[in-house]
Design a protein around this ligand. Structure first.
Ligand SMILES: [Zn+2]
Ligand SMILES: [Zn+2]
Length: 320
């Protein structure tokens, strides 16, 4: 405990005024800086409540993130300001647009994701951008409704199922698939969904819910170590950890942790944690400037391609 406190108190805390700088809107000049990042891995932990992760004063369930923070940036007050469900949350992260799309996998996002736009811009093979998810309904992330994009420039997808009748599969299987895909194809953009936290929450399994938070926390270290062990990724890969949504604020209703989907603080407040060669280290940013749709613009800035349609901004305060 004493050690943890020491780590936290030595963090550099960055405060930046909340007035918005028009220069920060969109990658208007995407090529002025040379970034070291050549690959981006976005790991979406599905539905942990921030009060059980970063905003727990002891941070007891996320020891791996606490340790990794010496090499990265955490943004407190990072928000999902759109629909706080799985498919809308993932869609906002990937396209930079909040849309109230169906949450059951029957509706495509309206706008192309960073994966589609990067594939079009670079002309790279579809094996260079991937979605690997524990939920099969997230396969909608490999396409969008917009004419000229629908059915084109689609990333590869490996989403759900367990092969035994469930549309979901365990995160252990997904993490194995992630490693197989990284080793075999070395994608430049990889979006991962881990569903166990959300799933245990909906099942009113309070112990399983906390255990899943701990397991996903361990997966973050596992993934970061794997990145550093592969020549294609080492020292040129950004790892962003975020959430599609949180869960209802503790104490507002019975078993608030079991669900989500409204505009309460617990559902909106999500995490942004980033590690990589272009990010600050040992830093907590506590402005109120940043939100879920900013992730897409930030990925496009790092990989230096122009992002259309996105409404977010580049999270420049997090960069070196
Ligand atoms: Zn859910
Ligand atoms: Zn709520």
């Amino acid at each position: 405990m004493k050690k943890l406190f020491a780590i936290i108190t030595t963090l550099a805390v960055v405060s930046v005024s909340s007035c918005s700088d028009p220069k920060d809107v969109g990658p208007a000049t995407p090529y002025e800086n040379g970034y070291k990042t050549k690959n981006v891995v976005l790991l979406v932990v599905d539905g942990p409540r921030i009060s059980e992760t970063w905003e727990d004063s002891t941070k007891q369930h996320i020891p791996n993130r606490v340790r990794l923070l010496k090499d990265g940036v955490f943004i407190s007050n990072f928000m999902n300001n759109g629909t706080t469900n799985t498919n809308p949350g993932h869609s906002a992260l990937c396209s930079g647009v909040y849309e109230d799309i169906a949450n059951d996998g029957t509706e495509l996002p309206g706008y192309p994701s960073v994966m589609q736009q990067w594939l079009k811009y670079t002309g790279a093979d579809k094996t260079k951008a991937w979605i690997v998810a524990s939920k099969d309904k997230l396969e909608v992330l490999n396409n969008c409704k917009l004419a000229d994009w629908n059915g084109k420039y689609q990333p590869s997808a490996d989403c759900g199922t367990d092969g035994n009748g469930s549309d979901y599969r365990s995160d252990v299987i997904t993490m194995n698939q992630v490693k197989n895909v990284m080793k075999r194809y070395s994608p430049n953009i990889l979006v991962i969904n881990l569903k166990d936290v959300d799933d245990r929450g909906h099942n009113k399994d309070s112990i399983g819910y906390i255990n899943a938070i701990k397991a996903t926390d361990k997966s973050i270290t596992e993934l970061w170590d794997y990145i550093q062990a592969l020549g294609e990724y080492k020292d040129k890969t950004t790892l962003i950890v975020s959430n599609d949504h949180g869960r209802h604020t503790a104490g507002t209703r019975r078993n608030a942790y079991t669900s989500h989907g409204d505009a309460c603080k617990g559902c909106r407040h999500i995490e942004f944690f980033a590690l990589g060669p272009d990010f600050k280290k040992n830093t907590i940013i506590n402005t109120n400037n940043y939100e879920q749709i900013d992730v897409a613009s930030t990925i496009a800035e790092l990989l230096q391609f122009p992002l259309q349609y996105a409404k977010g901004k580049v999270i420049k305060d997090a960069f070196n």
